[in-house]
Ligand binder design. Structure first.
Ligand code: GDP
Ligand code: MG
Length: 275
């Protein structure tokens, strides 16, 4: 499946079940790849995404972190997970937030024994077809550092990458935010806003991911900054970012502004030695 089907399916209609007994062998040299997917009202996307991820290799597992979505995303995953042992649900019922869910997902993935951990949106903006390339890059040495990459971004900012997100205004916001973050935090990457990333488990342990404090989407910049400050090599592979076909974005102006404030707070904490 290279593109999500444009057909809109009501949330109540049966979604395709995750792949059973996938014939695929392991993906790369990893013992266990856990793909973490935070969800809020993604009933129209999540099972199709999970199936596509599970089909990538028999060492791939999917962990959905759902904040008790009103559309019943968690229930769909709970039912499907009974039939598919490589699908897991972390059902959160309080303290909702993209950042808090991301943190809890990473902690759970480490507890599950993952040696590689993916994070991505549920909405197919981050297409599973890029995951193998991201994991391949994670295996290699960073050209300048001469050590293995500890984090690989699915990036819109490198040659071959692109952004077809919600029109010119949204793209301009992303570009401006990217510039602001790069200048303020001085991180050596071209797409600071990418929430499509592959992590070595040891990187997540080194940056003490359980201590992540961003409640919302600024978790993306917080973890990027902490990784760069730890001197861990970061790679980027091109992805074609597409707008979500189904469901609605949770990003509001308020969340966006909170994110900018969090970036300032990160810089301040680093300056006063509290990061
Ligand atoms: N668990 C959880 N997931 C969330 C929350 N807010 C957003 N998400 C998920 O985080 C991912 C990114 O959110 P999305 O709405 O696509 O943001 P956008 O890509 O910036 O428009 C999606 O998979 C959402 O379902 C939340 O409060 N809790
Ligand atoms: Mg999205």
């Amino acid at each position: 499946m290279s593109q999500p089907s444009p057909a809109h399916r009501p949330a109540s209609a049966p979604a395709p079940a995750p792949a059973h007994g996938s014939q695929a062998g392991p993906l790369g040299p990893w013992a266990k790849v856990v793909c973490t997917v935070p969800t809020y009202n993604e009933a129209e996307n999540i099972l199709e995404l999970a199936a596509a991820l599970l089909a990538l290799g028999n060492n791939v597992e999917v962990l959905v972190i759902d904040d008790h979505s009103p559309d019943g995303t968690w229930k769909l995953v709970e039912d499907a997970a009974r039939r598919e042992p490589r699908l897991h649900l972390l059902h959160r019922t309080e303290d909702r937030g993209r950042g808090r869910s991301g943190r809890d997902g990473f902690v759970r993935a480490l507890a599950m024994g993952a040696d590689a951990v993916l994070e991505m949106d549920a909405d197919f903006s981050h297409h599973p077809k890029f995951v193998p390339t991201m994991l391949e890059r994670l295996e290699t040495n960073h050209p300048r550092a001469g050590q293995p990459h500890g984090l690989v971004l699915g990036s819109r900012g490198v040659r071959g990458g692109s952004d077809a997100d919600r029109g010119a205004l949204r793209q301009a916001i992303t570009k401006l935010a990217n510039l602001y973050i790069r200048v303020l935090l001085g991180v050596p990457v071209s797409d600071c806003n990418s929430g499509f990333r592959a992590w070595r488990a040891e990187t997540l342990r080194a940056i003490q991911v359980e201590r992540t404090f961003s409640p919302g989407p600024a978790i993306v910049q917080e973890l990027l900054y902490k990784t760069a400050r730890a001197g861990i090599p970061i790679g980027e592979v091109p992805i074609q970012f597409v707008d979500r076909v189904r469901g609605e974005s949770t990003l509001t102006l308020r969340i966006l502004m909170q994110g900018y404030t969090t970036v300032l707070r990160l810089r301040w904490m680093a300056l006063v030695g509290k990061l």
